[in-house]
Design a protein around this ligand. Structure first.
Ligand code: FAD
Length: 497
């Protein structure tokens, strides 16, 4: 074979928020020799700087980039996260944990929850959370990483809760070490090829220019390239997800309170409120719909509900829920807020950015030109990810009996997307969850929300009634006892940190 010289693709990343640095560091680390990476960011504009809770997938990203977990957690004051505690969503006074882990495990190919439903029908089962190791550990404020050889029939994963204002700089240092060239400056103009419309260069206010072959738009809600320059259409999803504001106010820890290894999401009259425990403080915010609550009232609510001493005045963040019709258009790929936003109810934004980077790396145009089929495949995968998260988020609002405010009356009675209506119908009639090979969220997540919000299906798989009920009960009791013992052997979350 003759020598084939590969000319590296010149990648220019616009934006140095979480999405920008995750993209730049990812490409530099995973496509060595195939790409050069320049990143431009403007300190005058700054970053969103919230986004403190993540999903377990981030661990794969941290690992692939060669980041040391302990160093990363120390630098970002991070805590561990085993799931989310949802309060008052199905009805006021109820709560459940959506765990990063399973409930029991399948027996003879049949999902654990069918056996649980069979036993619960007979009044013989405890709450479904009793059969999840992640739920039990979270409730006890204990944490230890899962053992790879765990024989316990309830596996779990974990994610991080970190200070988003520290995550960016950490990723920046890592990206620069990996060879990313950083430019500080304000992009004020964009140069395009007159023939094919591709972007050819970014022009900075001080006269500098950044030429490139591929441009990653991580300019945040501004969406400078994808939205403003290429005018890629915006698909608005606010009819289903009406929250469009957040009142944010960090707080101190309350003295004597345990450090929870999970996020708390408490439903409010016009949205919901998050509490995210970090090592040094609590993240605290009220996500609400401006159609149902004004900004001053939301700030007053977040102050009234503060989980500790306020560390700053409340500030308002405004957003739109939806996504660009295509995330990759011409030679521009939107990653992060520039390509879309789904409100933070399940902490999915950083995950969506991570998946976009992962798909881009898989479909990267290493031989110079962009193949339209790769671009279409990228857009299909990104759409799939967004659509699935969207449906799952809507479920949290729609599966409720709350009728105590205009907001809850609206979300309870609204028409949901057909794709979600079909999933809900399947569950209600059969107790089954639509199977996914890729994307979020898997069975246990849907089961947690359905059952946690009071949606018990009309029937379940009749194979669950084949073993005698005493036999199922003995197995479930054994599982619950094993979980209790395993949790007792775990250290306290704060101690572990
Ligand atoms: P930004 O942080 O806005 O960064 C944009 C970058 O572009 C900046 O560096 C800026 O300087 C640069 N820029 C823009 N214009 C120019 C220009 N003209 N010239 C040069 N540079 C420019 N995600 C989660 O995963 N979990 C959560 O719990 C979570 N909570 C959230 C809560 C709220 C209320 C909101 C609004 C978001 C939340 N997110 C969460 C989302 C998360 O914050 C974002 O996904 C993440 O911060 C990525 O943002 P970004 O990098 O796309 O944009």
């Amino acid at each position: 074979m003759g020598e084939h010289e590969i000319k590296p693709v010149r990648v220019v990343v616009l934006g140095g928020g979480t999405a920008g640095w995750m993209s730049a560091a990812g490409i530099a680390a995973l496509l060595p020799g195939l790409a050069t990476v320049d990143l431009v960011e403007s300190e005058d504009i700054g970053i969103v700087g919230v986004g403190e809770a993540t999903l377990p997938h981030i661990r794969g990203y941290v690992e692939r980039l060669g980041i040391d977990e302990a160093a990363f957690m120390k630098a970002t004051h991070a805590t561990y996260k085993l799931g989310i505690d949802f309060r008052d969503f199905g009805s006021i006074g109820t709560s459940y944990i959506h765990p990063f882990g399973s409930f029991g495990e399948s027996v003879a190919g049949l999902g654990f929850h069918h056996y649980w439903l069979e036993l619960a029908r007979q009044g013989l089962a405890g709450p479904i959370g009793d059969y999840s190791l992640a739920v039990a550990a979270a409730q006890a404020n204990r944490f230890t990483p899962p053992l790879h050889d765990s024989s316990l029939a309830s596996t779990y994963g974990y994610a991080y809760q970190f200070d988003a204002t520290l995550f960016g700089p950490f990723m920046r240092d890592h990206g620069v070490k990996l060879g990313v060239t950083r430019h500080e400056g304000l992009v004020t103009a964009v140069e395009r090829d007159v023939e094919n419309g591709n972007v050819t260069a970014l022009l900075l206010s001080d006269g500098r220019r950044l030429d490139g072959d591929l441009f990653i738009d991580c300019s945040g809600f501004r969406s400078l390239l994808l939205g403003q320059e290429l005018e890629e259409d915006w698909e608005d999803w606010s009819q289903w997800l009406p929250c469009d504001r957040a009142a944010v106010m960090p707080c101190s820890h309350k003295k004597g309170m345990p450090l929870k290894p999970y996020t708390t999401a408490s439903a409010m009259p016009a949205g919901w409120r998050w509490e995210i425990p970090l090592q040094h403080r609590m993240g605290n915010g009220y996500v609400f719909s401006s159609r149902f609550l004004d900004e001053d009232a939301a700030c007053a609510e977040i102050e009234a509900n503060a989980c500790g001493e306020p560390l700053a005045d409340p500030r308002i963040l405004r957003f739109r829920t939806g996504r660009r019709r295509r995330s990759w258009s011409h030679n521009v790929i939107g990653v992060g807020l520039s390509s879309g936003f789904l409100e933070p109810l399940e902490s999915t934004s950083i995950y969506l950015a991570q998946m976009a980077i992962t798909y881009l790396i898989e479909l990267f145009p290493t031989d110079g030109g962009i193949d339209a089929r790769d671009r279409d495949e990228f857009n299909r995968l990104v759409d799939m990810e967004y659509d699935r998260v969207r449906d799952f988020l809507i479920l949290h609002y729609h599966a409720t009996t709350r009728d105590d405010s205009e907001f809850w009356n609206h979300v309870r009675t609204m028409k949901v997307p057909d794709s979600l209506a079909a999933k809900m119908d399947l569950w209600r009639r059969t107790g089954r969850v639509e199977k996914y090979a890729d994307g979020l969220f898997y069975d246990a997540s849907w089961i947690a929300v359905y059952l946690g919000q009071g949606w018990v299906p009309e029937t379940h798989d009749s194979r669950a009634a084949i073993p005698p009920p005493e036999q199922i009960k003995r197995a479930l009791d054994r599982l619950r006892e094993a979980i209790t013992q395993q949790v007792l052997a775990m250290p306290d979350h704060r101690q572990f940190l």
